[in-house]
Design a protein around this ligand. Structure first.
Ligand code: ADP
Ligand code: MG
Ligand code: MG
Length: 883
C-alpha cells in the first residue's frame, strides 16, 4: 500500500521530491526540535495520482488523511468541534522546487458559523474571531471556488468607505458579521455554491483545490520560465494554525539570514504586529524592519536570532524564514534556501567558505549559471545621472540593474508593447502572480507598495529583472493609467529610467555603463579555475573583446574569425580585386596588400594574448559575401570604378560567384583548394606577426585552423602546402615559431573519418554551429521559423543551436573524439561554436574529455563556472562508482 500522508515527524529535508520543499523542511525543523505547529503532508505522488485519475481522492488517500487528522487532534488535544480546544488548520501547497506565490494557501480552515462563536469565546476576542472567518471565506472562495479576490476586496473597500472605516483593524464585530454575510452572497452569485460548513468537507475540498492548482496557468507559466518539469506535482501541508493576529503581543514576518540583495551578513527582514500570514508579503500594510523587533519583543527577538543561526548552519546556506508570534511565543512556519540576487549569491557563497561552513566546491555549486548575466548588469553613467530629472529616490532597491523603458500599467499592455518592439517598465501598486508573464518581459518593475519581501521583489530577484518597490511618493492609478508624484504626472508610454541598485527613478533615458566584476566574483572564478580541468577560451578578434576575455582570465583564444578583418574599406577593395581579376599579377598585388594588413591585425592580437594559445581560422565564407550586391546599382558602379573595370564585367563576375546554397557551397577549405595562395598568404601573415611579437619577448602560440574539411585529401593537401610555405618563410626570417596546424570539425563526414584526419592535424576544434546545421540539415539562417513550432509542439525539447543535441550532434562529437583519441591518446580537442558557452552543453563536452571550450567573452564566467560544476559533479559520481 502506498504511503500518501506523512506526519511532520516522519519526514526530513532530503524528501523534497515527495513532500515538496515546504513539507520536507517543516519535517526537518520538527526533527531539530524547533517550534513548528503540528501537521502532516500529503505527498506529491498523491497529487499526480489525483490528477491522473480524473481528480478523485482514492479511498486509500482518504483513509490516510482521516487517520492523520485524528492523530493531529490527539497530538494537539484539539478538535474541529471542541468548545475549549478548537482546532483550526492551514492548508498549504508546496512543490519540490519553490514557486513563490504560485500555489495558494488557505488559513483558518475549520471555522464556520458555529465555530466562529466558539472561537470568539475561547479567545475572548470576537472581532479577531470574525476577522479570521472573513479571511477564510475570502481565501477559500478564491482558491477552491475560483472566485476572484477582487469581488471580496471590492465589497470590503466599499463597506469601509460607506461606514467611514479607515483600516481593517478598525472593523468591529458587527461590521465583520455584515461583511461575512455579504461574502456568503458572493459565493452564491459568482460560483453558485454555498460555503461548506463542515470542517472536514472544507479540508477535503481545499486539498483537492491545491492539487488542481498544479495545473493552473500561472503555475504552468512559472514552470516554463524556470525550467521546472511539469510532472512533479505539489504536496499539501495541513498544519495547526497559530495566530499572529491575536493582539499586540502577536505578529507575523519573513526574514532572510543575510541580505538577499547584497549578501551582507546581517539578518534582513520585516514583520507586522497583529497580522496574519500573507499581510506581509501582499504588501497591503507597510511592515517594520526585523531589527525593530528587538525593542518590541526582546526575548522573541533573541530566540529568533538563535534559530536563524541554527537553521543557516544546519542547511549551510542563507535561509528565508517565515515565522509567526502568538502571544509572545515564536513559531516557525517555513524555511528554505533564500532567493538572492547574483551579486548576493557570490558574496554569500564566498563568505560561507570563509566562515568555515562550506567547502569551495559547495560554494561553486551554489552559483546558478543562468543568473550570472545579472552580475554583468549595467549601471547608469555617473555623468548622465547628474543631468537626469529625478522622479523619486525613496523606493526600495529590490533587484539591481539599470533600465530604461516606457511605462505600462498591466501585464497585457506591457506584452503588447513588447511585441511591437518596445522596451517596457511595468508600473503597479503591487504585483500578484497573474503578472508573472508581464514581469518577465519587462526591463524593470516599479511598485508603490510592499517591502523587500513583497511578491514583486521576490519574483523580480528570481528573474534577474531590475526592480524598485514601495515607492510611496508615487500614487499609481492603474485604471486611469496615471502616476502622480510630487513633481508631476506620468502617463502610459512615458519613458523612465529605473535604478534597481539604489531605488531611484528618473524621467527619460539615461546612458548606462557595464558593471565591474567584484571581489567575491573574482574569488569564485579563481576557485572554478582551480577545480575545473576543462579550459575556457574566447571567440574574439577585436581589441575590446580580447581585453574583456582577458579580464575574465580566458585561457587563450579558441577562434579568431579572419573574415571579420576584411570588411574595412581599403581591405575590402583589395579583396574584391583579388576575387574579380583574372590577371595573375594583379591578384598577387592584391594579396600582398592584404598580407600587410593581416600582419598588423595579428600583431595587434598576439601583443594582447602574448604566451596564450590563439586559434586563427583561415578564411571561411563564400567569396560572394565580399562582393557588392548585384541589384545595388550605386554600389556596383562605385566598385567597378574603384577596380578600374567595366560595370558589365563586374556584373558578370558577381553572377558567376552567386550560389544557390552558399552554406553548402564554395567556402572554407574549398576556397583554398581553388585559390591556394589565399591561405598561404594568411598563414604567412600569422607567422610574420608571431615572429614580430616574439621579438618583444613573448612566446606566441598560433594554432592555424583550416575550416570545413570533409575529406582527408583536402587536409593533407593544404597542410603540406602551408608547411612548405612556412618552412621557407622561417628560414628566410631565420627564426622559430611554435605553430601548429589543425582543422575544424563541422561536417558529419569529418566526424566519421576523424581517425584519418588525426594523421594530418595537430588539433581539432568542433564548430558546433555548422555541425548542428549539417547534421539536422537545418539552415542556421532560416530554421528559426519552424524550430519554435517544433519546440511548442513537443517535437523537440530545445533549440539545438542553443543547447547541444546530445543524441545526434553529441554522438557525432563523441565518435570523432573516440576515433581521434584511440589513435593519439592526448590529441588536443576543443569546441568553438556557440554551444561552447552553454552550461548544459559544457557538461557534455567536459564529460567526454575535451581540452577546452571557447565562447564569446561575456560568457566566459558562465562557461568557467559550468565547467567547474561539471568537474565537481563528475568527481562525486566517480567516487561513488569506485566505492
Ligand atoms: P507561500 O508558499 O505563498 O509562502 P505559505 O504556505 O508559506 O504560502 O503561507 C503563507 C503564510 O501563511 C505563511 O508565511 C504564514 O505566515 C501563514 N501561515 C501558513 N500556515 C500557517 C499556520 N499554520 N499558522 C499561522 N500562519 C500560517
Ligand atoms: Mg511561505
Ligand atoms: Mg563553420
Amino acid at each position: 500500500m502506498t504511503k500518501y500522508v506523512y506526519n511532520f515527524d516522519e519526514g526530513n529535508a532530503s524528501m523534497r521530491a515527495l513532500l515538496g520543499g515546504k513539507g520536507a523542511n517543516l519535517a526537518e525543523m520538527t526533527s531539530m526540535g524547533l517550534p513548528v505547529p503540528s501537521g502532516f503532508t500529503i505527498s506529491t505522488e498523491a497529487c499526480m495520482e489525483y490528477l491522473a485519475t480524473e481528480k478523485q481522492l482514492s479511498d486509500d488517500m482518504m483513509q490516510q488523511i482521516e487517520r492523520n487528522l485524528d492523530e493531529l487532534q490527539v497530538r494537539t488535544g484539539k478538535s474541529f468541534s471542541d468548545d475549549a480546544n478548537l482546532l483550526l488548520v492551514s492548508v498549504r501547497s508546496g512543490a519540490a522546487q519553490s514557486m513563490p506565490g504560485m500555489m495558494d494557501t488557505i488559513l483558518n480552515l475549520g471555522l464556520n458559523d458555529v465555530n466562529v462563536e466558539r472561537f470568539a469565546k475561547l479567545t475572548n476576542n470576537p472581532a479577531f474571531a470574525y476577522d479570521c472567518y472573513r479571511r477564510l471565506l475570502q481565501m477559500f472562495g478564491n482558491v477552491v471556488y475560483e472566485i476572484s479576490g477582487s469581488y471580496f476586496e471590492r465589497h470590503l473597500a466599499k463597506y469601509k468607505e460607506t461606514h467611514n472605516i479607515k483600516t481593517d483593524q478598525d472593523l468591529q464585530v458587527d461590521d465583520l458579521k455584515q461583511v461575512i454575510e455579504k461574502y456568503k452572497e458572493i459565493y452564491q452569485q459568482v460560483a453558485g455554491k454555498v460555503f461548506p460548513q463542515d470542517p472536514k468537507q472544507q479540508l477535503l475540498e481545499a486539498i483537492e483545490a491545491v492539487f488542481s492548482s498544479w495545473n493552473n496557468e500561472r503555475a504552468f507559466v512559472y514552470r516554463n520560465l524556470n525550467d521546472i518539469p511539469h510532472h512533479g506535482g505539489t504536496a499539501v501541508n495541513v498544519q495547526e494554525m497559530v495566530f499572529g493576529n491575536s493582539g499586540n503581543q502577536s505578529g507575523t514576518g519573513v526574514a532572510f539570514t543575510r541580505n538577499p540583495a547584497t549578501g551582507e551578513n546581517i539578518l534582513f527582514g520585516e514583520y507586522l504586529l497583529n497580522a496574519q500570514g500573507e499581510d506581509v508579503v501582499a504588501g497591503i500594510r507597510t511592515p517594520q524592519t526585523i531589527a525593530s523587533l528587538e525593542a518590541a519583543m526582546p526575548d522573541v527577538y533573541a530566540e529568533f536570532i538563535r534559530v536563524a543561526n541554527l537553521l543557516e548552519n544546519h542547511y549551510g546556506d542563507m535561509q528565508d524564514i517565515e515565522f509567526t508570534i502568538e502571544n509572545g511565543k515564536l513559531f516557525l512556519l517555513q524555511t528554505r534556501n533564500g532567493k538572492r540576487t547574483t551579486k548576493a549569491a557570490f558574496q554569500i557563497a564566498v563568505d560561507l567558505v570563509k566562515e568555515g561552513k562550506i567547502s569551495k566546491e559547495d560554494a561553486v555549486l551554489k552559483i546558478d549559471t543562468k543568473s550570472i548575466d545579472q552580475l554583468l548588469h549595467p549601471s547608469f553613467q555617473v555623468e548622465a545621472l547628474k543631468e537626469a530629472e529625478l522622479i523619486t529616490e525613496v523606493g526600495l532597491p529590490a533587484s539591481p540593474g539599470a533600465a530604461t523603458g516606457r511605462i505600462y500599467f498591466d501585464a497585457a499592455a506591457a506584452a503588447r508593447a513588447v511585441e511591437a518592439g518596445e522596451k517596457v517598465i511595468l508600473v503597479r501598486q503591487e504585483t500578484s502572480p497573474e503578472d508573472i508573464t508581464g514581469m518577465s518581459i519587462s526591463e524593470a518593475i516599479v511598485t508603490s507598495r510592499g517591502g523587500m519581501t513583497s511578491h514583486a521583489a521576490v519574483v523580480a530577484r528570481g528573474m534577474g529583472v531590475c526592480c524598485v518597490v514601495g515607492c510611496e511618493q508615487l500614487s499609481i492609478d492603474e485604471h486611469q493609467k496615471l502616476v502622480t508624484y510630487p513633481g508631476g504626472e506620468l502617463t502610459e508610454g512615458t519613458l523612465i529610467s529605473v535604478d534597481g541598485t539604489n531605488g531611484a527613478i528618473y524621467l527619460g533615458k539615461i546612458e548606462t555603463v557595464p558593471s565591474e566584476a567584484e571581489e567575491a566574483f573574482q574569488t569564485i572564478m579563481q576557485w572554478s579555475r582551480e577545480i575545473s580541468d576543462l579550459k575556457i577560451r574566447m571567440n574574439a578578434e577585436t581589441v575590446a573583446d580580447i581585453e574583456t576575455g582577458l579580464s575574465f582570465e580566458a585561457a587563450g583564444i579558441g577562434l579568431v574569425r579572419t573574415e571579420h578583418m576584411f570588411f574595412k574599406e581599403e581591405r575590402l577593395r583589395e579583396m574584391r580585386r583579388f576575387i574579380i581579376t583574372n590577371r595573375k599579377t594583379e591578384q598577387d598585388r592584391a594579396l600582398s596588400q592584404i598580407l600587410n594588413y593581416q600582419i598588423d591585425d595579428f600583431v595587434e592580437i598576439f601583443s594582447l594574448t602574448q604566451d596564450k594559445p590563439v586559434v586563427v581560422r583561415l578564411l571561411d565564407p563564400p567569396l560572394h559575401e565580399f562582393l557588392p550586391h548585384q541589384h545595388n546599382e550605386q554600389e556596383m558602379t562605385k566598385v567597378a570604378e574603384q577596380l578600374g573595370i567595366s560595370s558589365n564585367y563586374l556584373a558578370q563576375r558577381v553572377m558567376d560567384l552567386t550560389e544557390v546554397n552558399p552554406m553548402l557551397g564554395h567556402r572554407g577549405v574549398r576556397l583554398a583548394v581553388t585559390y591556394p595562395k589565399l591561405y598561404l598568404m594568411q598563414a604567412e601573415a600569422i607567422i610574420r606577426a608571431a615572429a614580430q611579437v616574439n621579438a618583444t619577448g613573448a612566446t606566441v602560440k598560433p594554432e592555424i585552423m583550416i575550416p570545413l574539411v570533409g575529406m582527408t585529401e583536402e587536409l593533407s593537401l593544404l597542410k603540406t602546402q602551408i608547411e612548405e610555405h612556412l618552412k621557407s618563410l622561417l628560414e628566410e626570417l631565420d627564426t622559430q615559431v611554435a605553430y601548429t596546424i589543425g582543422t575544424m570539425i563541422e561536417l558529419p563526414r569529418a566526424c566519421l573519418i576523424a581517425d584519418q584526419l588525426v594523421d594530418y592535424a595537430d588539433f581539432f576544434s568542433f564548430g558546433t554551429n555548422d555541425l548542428t546545421q549539417m547534421t539536422f540539415g537545418f539552415s542556421r539562417d532560416d530554421a528559426a521559423k519552424f524550430i519554435n513550432q517544433y519546440i511548442g509542439d513537443g517535437l523537440m525539447p530545445i533549440d539545438p543551436f542553443q543547447t547541444l543535441d546530445v543524441e545526434g550532434v553529441g554522438s557525432l562529437v563523441q565518435t570523432a573524439t573516440n576515433l581521434a583519441r584511440q589513435k593519439q591518446a592526448d590529441f588536443k580537442l576543443g569546441v568553438c561554436g556557440e554551444l561552447g558557452g552553454d552550461p548544459k552543453s559544457i557538461e557534455f563536452f567536459h564529460q567526454i574529455g575535451l581540452d577546452y571550450v571557447s565562447c564569446s567573452p561575456y560568457r566566459i564566467p558562465i562557461a568557467q563556472i559550468a565547467a567547474a560544476q561539471s568537474a565537481i559533479k563528475y568527481a562525486t559520481i566517480k567516487e561513488k562508482l569506485e566505492v
